[in-house]
Design a binder for this molecule. Structure first.
Ligand SMILES: NC(=O)c1ccc[n+]([C@@H]2O[C@H](COP(=O)([O-])OP(=O)(O)OC[C@H]3O[C@@H](n4cnc5c(N)ncnc54)[C@H](O)[C@@H]3O)[C@@H](O)[C@H]2O)c1
Length: 246
């Protein structure tokens, strides 16, 4: 399709479905080689469909030793890393705050929040060795506005926004940029965890009156991963059809 990421190498987590899959496909189409990381096993079929530019890797992003292993695999396969896209996430349990169990909170926090810290913590040395790179963390509109029954999801997504800024400030002098993508309601498997009426409500309340598509988020990730965005760091970009503008 293009050459906007020609010669670059990337790690994409949560790569098997939805937004991560669209990002992996677009990155490869733009000339990048991608380590496609997922817990589900479905990354294997994706890699097969994309050919040798995509290497599948199975890991749970909430576990430090598995994150270390995936960066070791990136080092072995690519010898360098230009783009780290921490995308994997779950919607998790839905409940009012006083009904939200500690176990459910920890699960959502570990997969959605802690994993972003782990990704940057273990991935930064590879980006530094490369002389710079781009970190893309997947936030949400829940990084900036509250959603009822989703205390753990909102806590994690809010934290992603700030972790992104801290890393951007710490590593700007080493050529590493870090930005956060904040999607609105995107048509993916993750939405199947929400009641239909809730999704319809979100669509009705949105200025554009439609769901976003994973490919639309992938287009933003290509921009942030490419040198076209070289003066952009430490920020969050909403991609939500205008829903947080009102
Ligand atoms: N779909 C939306 O409306 C929406 C809105 C805002 C933000 N997001 C965020 O976008 C990201 C991707 O979501 P999506 O909509 O594509 O969802 P999805 O459910 O389609 O894809 C998530 C992927 O992450 C993988 N995954 C889950 N837990 C994992 C773990 N512990 N380790 C490794 N992989 C794991 C899943 O197997 C799956 O392939 C998430 O961080 C989500 O919070 C989605």
């Amino acid at each position: 399709m293009g050459e906007r990421l020609k010669g670059k190498t990337a790690v994409v987590t949560g790569a098997a479905t939805g937004i991560g899959r669209a990002i992996t496909e677009r990155f490869c189409q733009e000339g990048a080689r991608v380590l496609a990381v997922d817990l589900s096993g479905r990354q294997n079929a994706l890699a097969e469909s994309l050919g040798s530019v995509c290497i599948p890797f199975q890991a749970d992003v909430s576990r430090g030793e598995e994150m270390q292993a995936l960066f070791e695999a990136a080092r072995t396969h690519f010898g360098k890393l230009d783009i780290l896209c921490n995308n994997a996430g779950i919607k998790g349990h839905l409940a009012l705050t006083e009904d939200y169990s500690e176990e459910h909170f920890d699960q959502v926090w570990n997969v959605n929040g802690r994993s972003i810290f782990l990704g940057m913590h273990y991935g930064l040395s590879l980006l530094r060795a490369n002389g710079g790179g781009s970190i893309i963390n997947m936030g949400s509109m829940a990084s900036v506005v509250a959603a009822s029954h989703m205390i753990a999801y909102c806590a994690a997504k809010g934290a992603i926004r700030m972790m992104t800024k801290v890393t951007a400030v710490e590593y700007a002098s080493q050529g590493i940029r870090a930005n956060c993508i904040c999607p609105g309601t995107i048509d993916s498997e993750l939405l199947s965890r929400l009641p239909r009426s809730t999704i319809q409500n979100m669509v009705d309340n949105s200025p554009m009156k439609r769901l976003g598509q994973p490919e639309e988020v992938a287009a933003l990730a290509v921009f942030l991963g490419s040198d076209e965005s070289r003066f952009i760091t430490g920020t969050e970009i909403m991609i939500d059809g205008g829903i947080t503008a009102i």
